[in-house]
Write a protein that binds this ligand. Structure first.
Ligand code: NAD
Length: 237
């Protein structure tokens, strides 16, 4: 596979290492100093994007021009950005996930199968921890877990508590972020009940778990029809 890296930071470099180790060839590396390369780079089999939301217009232009399959993992995207991303499915096969690890896919499935009483009888809170270089909060994964628990977005979300905030209201979900050191990513969903607590935690020991999933997604998207694909289509097909 010929691939283009959109974003050549920690994730981009690791994607290069893993992808070349699997026999793929990197034909372009686009970052803050050479964004305009997207106007001239030839088509590739896949472009893997781990950058920042500001990269999206140039990346979208490249996908529209060349029809190159897109694996996007950038977090901090707002709804208008997601609309742009979804519109690219008219031009190429596209996949987006805020977390390409198998363990978080399993976590999501566990949350999807929660019995109704779990949401009614327990106070649910989410805590995420990441390294001190992470720029967005809460993490895309925390938002994805929140969306899985509350797909319609009906529950009040509390992003921090300070001062006399009053007692916790029934149904609210706290989403808290800790930052420090080199933590690759940890997410816990708490179910606080009467005299008992259930915690489900996913711990990323390294970024390799995300990269392995993203490269696998690129390999699977290669040769697929244009359209919008989910990680489940790829990992569990
Ligand atoms: N989906 C996943 O599984 C997953 C896993 C880990 C990280 N991420 C996300 O991937 C992204 C990158 O993470 P990282 O750890 O490599 O960060 P990083 O800061 O090390 O690298 C990001 C790179 O993107 C470049 N960049 C940012 N905005 C840009 C812009 N507007 N134009 C051009 N280049 C731009 C930066 O210069 C930098 O080199 C983040 O959004 C992070 O949350 C996703």
């Amino acid at each position: 596979m010929n691939i283009v890296l959109s974003g050549y930071g920690r994730m981009g470099r690791l994607v290069e290492e893993v992808a070349t180790g699997r026999g793929h060839t990197v034909i372009g590396r686009v970052d803050i100093d050479n964004v305009s390369d997207f106007e001239t780079l030839p088509a590739a089999d896949a472009v893997l994007d781990f950058s920042g939301p500001g990269m999206l217009p140039a990346l979208a232009g490249y996908v529209k021009r060349t029809g190159t399959a897109l694996v996007c993992g950038t977090t901090g995207l707002k709804e208008p950005d997601m609309e742009i991303l979804r519109s690219l499915a008219e031009y190429a096969p596209v996949i987006y996930s805020a977390n390409y690890s198998l363990g978080v896919a399993l976590f999501r499935h566990l949350l999807e199968s929660l019995p109704a009483f779990a949401k009614e009888s327990f106070d649910i809170e989410i805590l995420e921890k990441h390294h001190n270089k992470k720029v967005d909060a809460p993490s895309g994964t925390a938002k994805m877990l929140l969306h899985t628990i509350d797909p319609e977005g009906e529950r009040p979300v509390v992003a921090g508590r300070e001062g006399i905030v009053g007692a916790r209201t029934k149904g609210e979900i706290g989403v808290m972020a800790l930052r420090g050191g080199t933590v690759a990513g940890e997410h816990t969903v708490y179910f606080f009940g009467e005299d008992e607590t259930l915690e489900i935690t996913h711990t990323a020991a390294s970024r390799r778990i995300f990269v392995a999933g993203a490269v696998k997604a690129a390999e699977a998207l290669c040769g697929k029809e244009k359209g919008w694909y989910s990680l489940d289509d790829i990992l569990f097909a």
